[in-house]
Design a protein around this ligand. Structure first.
Ligand code: HEM
Ligand SMILES: *[C@@H]1O[C@H](CO)[C@@H](O)[C@H](O)[C@H]1NC(C)=O
Length: 326
């Protein structure tokens, strides 16, 4: 315990002396240039194939990157399947199951990458590249993120940790800010990354009870549309999905912030961005200043990708993304 605390402290001090947090973790743009030069093209081709068939998979991949990074750091722990020794991994926890999607894209990308350069590329980096590439395609090839790599894959995946670290949709602003601060991200990073709710879907169960069943600030017309799409009490057997952004559902754009201002967003956590003047101003700027949100989202995705990255003996390069190496 004391030894672990000292190790953490000394790592933190060493990092503080280096220039940037990605340098501290050893993350680099073009990390595989020598060892697997085609990796980023291979992953991009696989993501393209799946996203052009179903844009929703792209939303799933961006969310997967977030859910990976917030639990045990960006280490592909979200990909691990249950085993007899570990029957409750992250992917079975309520924030991930049954809603998290895109696992088949990571499998396909890993297979293709292993053929080109066996044993070299981590699953954690593939998740980061895939999230980056989904943002590229869903933004009509305008969001070009230079995603550093060099993450190792973890060996721990625990559903309780997913529940403890992933913010639920009923969080208020203070709780959201705290949960991002616990990962080294600022309130502005939180506001900026929430813009990912400009794509994809939500299950009715994620918002009916606190947004439709009780008085809330949600737009009346929008609430009525949702009431027609959702049962009054969703259950696992009856839990439809609705688009998050009714205006441009498959475009990674700043429409989310216009929806927040119009009170046409699904979650308490989305509406909470208007709880203080400071965050309201961020929402307004993202909605009104062309290109500002896109530039901030680009940077925030890279920052999120550096959370608690594993190096050396903390991790491995998994052969199959769903199981730890023997
Ligand atoms: C700020 C705190 C956040 C909360 C409380 C939150 C919560 C949620 C919830 C409840 C859903 C719907 C799940 C379902 O019922 O199907 C969802 C969907 C989604 N979230 Fe978030 N989220 C947050 C931040 C983020 C961040 C940081 C990202 C990525 C940068 C993100 C990306 C997405 C995407 C893309 C979807 C749609 C997924 C799909 O269509 O498969 N979210 N989020
Ligand atoms: C998962 O994490 C929780 C909370 O940190 C802990 O109590 C539990 O023992 C862990 N489960 C496993 C299987 O390691």
């Amino acid at each position: 315990m004391a030894a672990a605390a000292w190790l953490k402290l000394s790592v933190a001090l060493t990092c503080a002396l280096l220039l940037s947090s990605s340098a501290c973790h050893g993350l680099q743009v073009g990390y595989y240039k020598k060892t697997c030069p085609r990796v980023e093209a291979i992953v991009r081709d696989e993501v393209k194939r799946f996203v052009y068939k179903n844009a929703g998979i792209g939303a799933g991949l961006i969310r997967m990157f977030f859910h990976d990074c917030f639990v045990q750091g960006c280490d592909a722990s979200v990909l691990l399947d249950p085993t007899p020794a570990n029957p409750q991994p992250e992917k079975l926890s309520p924030p991930n199951f049954p809603s998290l999607r895109g696992f088949e894209v990571i499998d396909a990308a890993k297979d293709a990458v292993e053929k080109a350069c066996p044993g070299v590329v981590s699953c954690a980096d593939i998740v980061a590249f895939a999230g980056r590439d989904a943002a590229y395609f869903l933004s009509r090839m305008t969001m070009k993120i230079n995603m550093p790599a060099g993450r190792l894959d973890g060996r721990v995946s625990n559903s309780t940790e997913a529940l403890d670290n992933l913010p639920p949709p009923f969080f208020n602003l203070d709780q959201l800010i705290d949960s991002f601060a616990a990962k080294g991200l600022t309130a502005e990073d939180m506001v900026v990354l929430s813009g990912a709710h400009t794509i994809g879907v939500s299950h009715c169960s994620s918002f009916v009870s606190d947004r439709l069943a009780v008085p809330s600030d949600i737009n009346t017309g929008f609430a009525n549309v949702l009431r027609r799409q959702c049962p009054a009490s969703p259950s696992p057997a009856n839990d439809p999905t609705v688009n998050q952004d009714v205006v441009t559902p498959n475009a990674l754009d700043n429409q989310y912030y216009k929806n927040v201002l119009a009170h046409k967003v699904l979650f308490t956590s989305d509406a909470a961005l208007l709880a203080t003047p400071a965050t309201t101003q961020m929402v307004r700027d993202s909605a009104n200043i062309p290109g500002q949100w896109e530039a901030k989202f680009n940077k925030a995705m890279v920052k999120m990708g550096a959370i608690e990255v594993k190096t050396g003996h903390q991790g491995e390069i998994r052969r199959k993304c769903r199981v730890v190496n023997h």
